[in-house]
Ligand binder design. Sequence first.
Ligand code: PRX
Length: 659
Amino acid sequence: MSSDALTSHLTESRRFEPSAEFRERARVSSREQYEALYRESLDDPSAFWARETRDLVWRTEATAVMTGKPPRADWFHGASLNVSESCVDRHLTSGARHRAAIIWEGEPEAGGRPVETRTLTYGELHREVVALAGALRALGVEKGDRVILYMGMVPEAAIAMLACARVGAVHGVVFGGFAVEALRDRINDCGAKVVITQDGAFRRGNVVPMKATVDRALEEAKSVEKVIVFPRLGPAHAPISLHPGRDLLWSDALALDPKAGAAPEIVDASHPLFILYTSGSTGKPKGVLHTAAGFLAGAHVSTRYVFDLRDGDLFWCTADVGWVTGHSYVVYGPLSNGATVMMYEGAPNAPDPGRFWRIIERHGVSVLYTAPTAIRAFMRWGEQHPRACDLSSLRLLGSVGEPINPEAWVWYHTVIGGGRCPIVDTWWQTETGSIMMVTLPGATFAKPGSTGLPFFGVVPEVWRADGTPAAPNEGGKLVLTRPYPSMLRTIWGDDARYQQAYFSEFSDTYFTGDGARRDEDGYFWVLGRIDDVLNIAGHRVGTAEIESAVVGHPAVAECAAVGRPDELKGQALVVFVTLKLGQEAGPAMREAILEQVSRDIGKFARPDEVRFADALPKTRSGKIMRRFLKDIAAGRAATGDASTLEDLSVLAKLQAAEE
Ligand code: PRX
């Protein structure tokens, strides 16, 4: 083992087989069938991708499916298409015109019922997309122009994305919770010509003012010529102030030239589809660039296999459209498959922690795809909430965004899935565009905490620092050795950073930034970001394992493990812990947590310090921001870009506790 190898200490040996009933109807129903398709995807990628994407709308066929090598790999060379045709137009003639594309619920509820719900059929979605595309054209948006979308979870967000795609414009969705500076920087980085927004959104019982934020951002963003405003809040709220000559209401925009959007702009396969900003662990956000055909192919094929879609499904990916998960699995993947998507505007605990379960019961959601941070919150709020609803429509569950600790996995399986729904733990990144690792639900058993096996066409490997492959169960750096259709093509405006960030650790091979191990069955276990790796008494341990052990204690809701410089040991281990409601922090709890880690991982990993906190600093997509905790643990003021932090007061409280 090389000196900087990551060691893995957590063992989880439970296996969960899909039920015979699930397996029987599944698209891939055995390990052998998975292996055969996987083999084909590597041995003959052209045949595989041509067949699996045949149902998409291609205006001209590719002359070569895969060309070049990373970092310059190219896909579907010679093909031309318009992504919106695959997501919308093609369903008009396939018998799905009157099928619901999007079922939406607004956040406000009265008497346990939503105040507003809407259903958009594929036919209606088409009309709206065409009309907005016409508006964009009438406003002078041309192929390749950038359009920033600053919106909440309303169907118009999906319509806006598809309308941009229809005219060949490049959309950049900025999460609606970002503040003025973050929005301004992103607009300036891509030089957007148009911004599409809404007056405000309902979130956790409050109104988030969005148009006002856009107005302030535009004071220092001069590329923007027009702003289209969707009126979400309704007449009971403040009238929308419009800048003359710059701003238009949604309805006025749509009336500009309703037919002008009918003919889609046909683009080359590698024409940019969108930019999505993602925070690196430090420094300014990276504008990850995805391209039309490659991204669509990845989202399309993965949605079909991973979620095992079938007629009659109601698919609910709870991610916001501001994140990549919202791009791939709220909009492009499900719609290109003609699925019906559930979309919900608000927070999971608005007005109370039963909201998600009422939505599932009310609409009959069959596939639920959410994040471990949400699952741990549900555990913390108590199982009486899901137990009060009929969740029998669910048949498949998914998880994404961070390692799911086995404790949460089993809770999700038992309490939400009633023991009958397989769980797909999907590993991927903003950069990969679509799911890279997963245990396909009907194919074989899942192991709680493992992201399972590679998806078709993906070759993940665990490498030592010198680029040699790690042995089974030896931790190392997770790389993807093959090009993949939905991989990012560059960082917008900064190609050098693209090469540096992903292809400099190992030349010509994509480095994910994650640590991982592969077990004796070929299953992958993600150990956390390499930047966050802990070095405890000479053992390099991933944060995920320590955190999983701590969260295994029944009183613990969440945990973040970080290192603090220590003269004696090099690094001391500090764990920040939030407890479940009604649990008491104190010496006995501290001791119990230390014991838990010693038992699950080993005495060497016994934390040096346990700090109890009401909340942990998280990004708006729910990821714990460990760099701030590292500063706090080391007794330093937390520094660095805090613009992606969900709740600044959490940081202030942690710092105050320190002083
Ligand atoms: O560290 C991995 C973690 O999230 C990172 C990607 O984050 P982002 O670009 O925001 O995309 C999130 C949605 C795809 C990865 O490098 N991650 C994501 N999914 C998992 C995960 N870690 C463990 N298990 C997962 N299922």
